[in-house]
Design a protein around this ligand. Structure first.
Ligand SMILES: Cc1cc2nc3c(=O)[nH]c(=O)nc-3n(C[C@H](O)[C@H](O)[C@H](O)COP(=O)(O)OP(=O)(O)OC[C@H]3O[C@@H](n4cnc5c(N)ncnc54)[C@H](O)[C@@H]3O)c2cc1C
Length: 698
């Protein structure tokens, strides 16, 4: 008996000891993990404000101070310097025209058959500026503040203030060029409102603002082409950037390798500096509102040469697009945000009404007023239908997820003009938005004057992009990046009508100053021969890649693989992201990459016009960008702007930022093919703005 008791006591003591030991091990693990995290954190390189070249001084004087002290290039020396500009969208065309006007020799490249066909031509709704013509309380500061807040406090203060400051110059410049902005009856320029603002500051030309602005920039560009200051290369696609070491062993951008898309010939071009305005990478998702040729390849070429890719996960999903209607679709169509000035967004209050709409038994107009849920007006009384895009998109998804969607797939909400037609009359509505209504009717085959439009969120714009300093220079010397291609001034979410503003600010008013600070040191550098070994090596690498692609001769079309990538992106890296989903998405993207490089089929030949080859080269880069987006989204454990991690939301379903951990620009450094990129942080320590939870309710 005694022995039994001793034995039982021993057993209990052992159990207690094991339990205690387990606990101790667990506690030690926590400490070790924390220490490892801290070590990891300490090892992450940081970009300081000095490295980002942010000028000192008060916010409103930074740009003036910069301009007063930057180095200039005198007129005689400008003639000796060549600049390559990639892109003829609003950013590229305005930069090329301005640099040529100043006296530099410009080589300007674009994929399309005319500079006028750049994606910018599709922009519909308008361009912001702080003119305060409406006398409704606007100012440079208010535009700055709305932009910083709209971007969920993830943009650089100094850049955003400069953007707001030069916004007014853009309007003057464009009016002087003859851009036919809409005018009021008295002849003054008219304004309307866009999301995230309580003032009317958006200048517009019907629903064709991008087209009219691009024609303005194009006419300035054409003048310089006529004068021989710009040499225009249409139907040329840059396939690599050439870097050459200077006398101190530092790499500098000195030219490009481009493919003549008509003949297939690979050609070499030298310049003292390279400026890239190649647009955004939204087409990673296959279906987007971007033009078919929009791509991220130029960005990836910069990235592979050491330029950092900043905030790749910040992609904008626009709330008002025509819903997807089939599996064979290659494009989604935007219904401009300007429509939210007068259109009201709603879904039925009752699930049974939604079901009848989905079954096609009733139309939107059949649902009485009291049974409609104007959910944006209900949830966000202060901004109503004009909340920013990220907020409006998530709210639409929330309603559709709950079963209130109004089309046959259950993935649409109504945008209704019946109130506006009653209040203003059909003619006035047609004057303001006629071309958009016509476009809708052509695509959907339904008259939006009689029945509310159906809309759903779609990929539209990318806030992420190549990291640039205050001078718009990348981490590679002599390589500049402008417009949507850079990581831009929009933080985690761009406000409507601010992309055109940024593209033209970069091209007309920022780069023409800042690039001189770089070029002033280059006046002694003679033009280099494109026979140099660096050019030959870059050309060979491009040729090898093309040969490798052409040799695969697999079974899948480029588009079929791109579609697969797009679905993975939408499902795992789309509107709602989770750690688990992102990890799964990365695995799937890796599998798609393997499939692409072993089973893609490219018909035709490389040395002639070959659209499939063009698409394959771009898809190879979209796959890499898609992965980078997922990696960035996984590391950013917070919700902000266009990046919504479902684990981080308030009880009301709003985005929950983690300012103590993630108030920085997440920059990624290329470490080699099939190697994980390295994270570098640019902390966003706000000096002038208080970070608050975004509030559009009151
Ligand atoms: C449907 C739609 C409507 C929009 N409406 C508005 C609006 O109302 N207001 C607003 O502010 N914003 C709007 N936007 C956003 C805005 O249009 C874009 O952000 C902006 O036009 C981008 O301009 P960009 O000059 O940077 O690039 P893009 O206009 O995309 O031009 C890119 C240029 O780069 C060239 N290029 C690309 N890669 C290469 C390469 N490898 N080699 C050579 N050339 C290359 C292309 O040929 C093209 O010339 C809209 C966007 C969409 C999709």
């Amino acid at each position: 008996m005694k022995e039994e008791i001793i034995e039982a006591a021993k057993k209990t003591a052992k159990k207690v000891a094991v339990k205690a030991a387990k606990k101790a091990v667990e506690a030690a693990e926590v400490v070790v993990n924390k220490a490892a995290d801290a070590l990891k954190e300490a090892a992450v390189p940081v970009i300081t404000p000095e490295m980002a070249k942010i000028p000192a001084g008060p916010l409103e004087l930074k740009w003036t101070n910069y301009k007063n002290h930057q180095k200039l290039v005198n007129p005689a020396n400008k003639r000796r310097l060549d600049v390559i500009v990639i892109g003829t969208g609003l950013a590229g065309a305005s930069a090329a025209a301005s640099l040529a006007e100043m006296g530099f020799n410009v080589l300007n490249f674009c994929i399309q058959d005319s500079p006028r066909r750049a994606h910018s031509i599709a922009a519909q709704g308008g361009i912001n500026a702080a003119k305060n013509y409406q006398n409704d309380g606007d100012s440079v500061y208010r535009l700055y503040y709305d932009t910083i807040k709209g971007g969920d406090y993830r943009a650089r203060e100094a850049n955003v203030y400069r953007l707001a400051e030069v916004s007014n110059n853009i309007i003057d410049q464009c009016v002087a060029q003859g851009v036919p902005f809409a005018r009021e009856y008295g002849g003054l320029l008219d304004n309307r409102s866009f999301g995230g603002a309580q003032v009317s500051r958006t200048f517009y030309a019907k629903g064709q603002t991008g087209q009219q602005l691009l024609l303005g920039a194009y006419s300035a560009l054409s003048r310089q082409i006529g004068k021989g200051k710009v040499k225009m290369y249409t139907r040329y696609e840059m396939l690599d950037i050439v870097l050459i070491k200077d006398e101190n062993g530092e790499q500098r951008a000195r030219g490009i390798i481009a493919r003549n898309l008509v003949t297939g010939r690979i050609e070499r071009f030298f310049a003292h500096a390279v400026v890239v305005g190649s647009g955004g990478y939204g087409n990673t998702f296959f279906l987007s509102t971007n033009a078919m040729a929009s791509n991220g390849s130029a960005a990836m070429q910069m990235y592979r040469h050491g330029a950092l890719f900043a905030n790749p996960c910040y992609a904008q999903i626009h709330p008002t697009c025509i819903p997807k209607h089939g599996d064979f679709q290659s494009k989604l169509t935007l219904m401009s945000e300007s429509l939210r000035n007068d259109g009201r967004i709603w879904v039925p209050k009752k699930l049974e009404d939604a079901k009848r709409l989905q079954a096609g038994e009733i139309k939107g107009r059949d649902i009485p007023e009291e049974d409609r849920d104007y959910y944006l007006e209900r949830r966000y009384p202060a901004f109503g239908n004009l909340v920013p895009r990220d907020v409006a998109s998530r709210a639409a998804k929330e309603r559709c997820d709950k079963g209130y969607g109004v089309n046959n797939t259950g993935l649409a909400v109504f945008l209704d003009f019946s109130d506006a037609i009653q209040r203003l009359g059909k003619d006035v509505v047609a004057q303001k938005y006629g071309n958009l209504f016509q476009m809708y009717e052509k695509i959907v085959d339904e008259n939006p004057y009689e029945n509310p439009m159906m809309i759903f969120p779609a990929i539209h714009y990318t806030m992420g992009g190549i990291w640039v300093d205050y001078e718009l220079q990348t981490t590679v010397k002599g390589l500049f990046c402008i417009g949507e291609a850079n990581f831009s001034d929009h933080g985690a979410n761009r406000l409507g009508a601010s992309a055109l503003m940024q593209g033209l600010a970069d091209g007309y008013f920022v780069l023409p100053y800042t690039i001189q600070n770089y070029l002033s040191d280059q006046i002694g550098v003679p033009r280099m021969s494109t026979d140099l070994p660096e050019f030959a090596a870059a050309e060979k690498a491009v040729q090898d890649k093309i040969d490798r692609l052409m040799a695969i001769q697999g079974k899948r079309s480029v588009d079929s693989i791109h579609k697969e990538l797009g679905l993975v992106m939408w499902d795992f890296v789309g509107m709602g992201r989770t750690a688990e989903g992102l990890k799964e998405g990365i695995k799937k993207i890796d599998a798609i990459k393997k499939e692409f490089w072993t089973n893609v089929y490219i018909p035709g030949e490389a040395n002639s016009l070959n659209n499939e080859l063009e698409k394959a080269l771009r898809l190879a880069d979209f796959i890499e960008i898609g992965r980078l987006m997922a990696v960035d989204a996984l590391h950013r454990e917070e919700s902000c702007g266009g990046h919504f991690r479902e684990e981080y939301q308030t009880p009301e379903g709003e985005a929950l930022r983690q300012d103590d951990k993630f108030a920085y620009v997440g920059c990624w450094k290329y470490m080699g093919d099939d190697k994980e990129p390295q994270l570098i942080k640019e902390p966003l320590d706000y000096e002038f703005t208080e970070r608050k939870t975004r509030n559009y309710k009151n």
